[in-house]
Write a protein that binds this ligand. Structure first.
Ligand code: Z5A
Length: 206
């Protein structure tokens, strides 16, 4: 049986990690097998690429940054996501291809066609069944983080983060059937209730 692939997107501090953890628990309680993963990251090699990408002292040029995110994704798709889907799991992935369009496309101003082409190679054509965009203003998300914990991308300019948010919203507007936009400025409980109500009808019986 093929599993179901969900991705979670949004600006920094949107609450993706919090909501994925709650959703995972809720699905496990209902008898589903769940695999959680994240990008960049996922398996040991991807986590090493993540450390390099988020290092405050790193200064990759935009195209090198794009290709490193893609390298981590290629690894995650083939070693974590695809095997879990083949085993019938619900796969919850913290960030995926829409982050690349938003950050490297809109944020870094790389050509959207180039970003899409790289995404296609990295994913081997795998698409999420549904994507949940947790949207909130960058000022709100950044205020939720401690400055000490901020990584290289968190520390970009407010203008960069505004372009990223606009990128996410543009991608969501272009693909309304796939991407569900949720207001991430509301309380954790209210957001989770909306998320769970959107997810459960998409799943087969466990
Ligand atoms: N990136 C990229 O450029 N290109 C790509 O292709 C990919 C990624 C895949 C990855 O880091 C970075 O890589 C990211 C994009 C880039 N960079 N940035 N900036 P990440 O995914 O680890 O980065 P993040 O989004 O900044 O993670 P985060 O700060 O951990 O955010 P989150 O997971 O969405 O939120 P959280 O950890 O659940 O919550 C953050 C805090 O807010 C925490 O204290 C919570 O308790 C609190 N919180 C959560 N929900 C709420 C609500 N509803 N109200 C109030 N407070 C809340």
């Amino acid at each position: 049986m093929d599993g179901v692939f969900f991705t979670f997107e949004g600006p920094e501090g949107a609450g993706k990690t919090t909501q994925i953890a709650r959703l995972s628990d809720a699905l496990l309680e209902r008898g589903y097998s769940v695999t959680r993963t994240r990008e960049p990251g996922g398996d040991p090699f991807g986590e090493r690429v993540r450390a390099l990408l988020l290092d405050r002292d790193a200064s990759p040029i935009p195209i090198a940054e794009l290709l490193l995110f893609a390298a981590a994704r290629a690894q995650n798709v083939r070693t974590v996501i695809r095997p879990a889907l083949d085993a019938g799991h619900v796969v919850l992935c913290d960030r995926f291809t829409d982050s690349t369009l938003a950050y490297q496309g809109y944020g870094r101003d790389l050509s959207p066609d180039a970003v899409r082409a790289v995404n296609t190679v990295a994913t081997n054509g795998l698409h999420p069944r549904k994507t949940f965009l947790l949207d909130l203003p960058p000022t709100v998300g950044l205020a939720r983080q401690s400055p000490d914990a901020q990584d290289r991308l968190d520390r970009e300019t407010l203008d960069f983060h505004e372009r990223v948010r606009a990128g996410f919203l543009a991608v969501a507007a272009a693909e309304p059937d796939r991407i569900v936009t949720l207001n991430a400025a509301q309380s954790e409980d209210a957001l989770f209730a909306q998320l769970l109500a959107a997810v459960l009808p998409l799943l087969p019986q466990p």
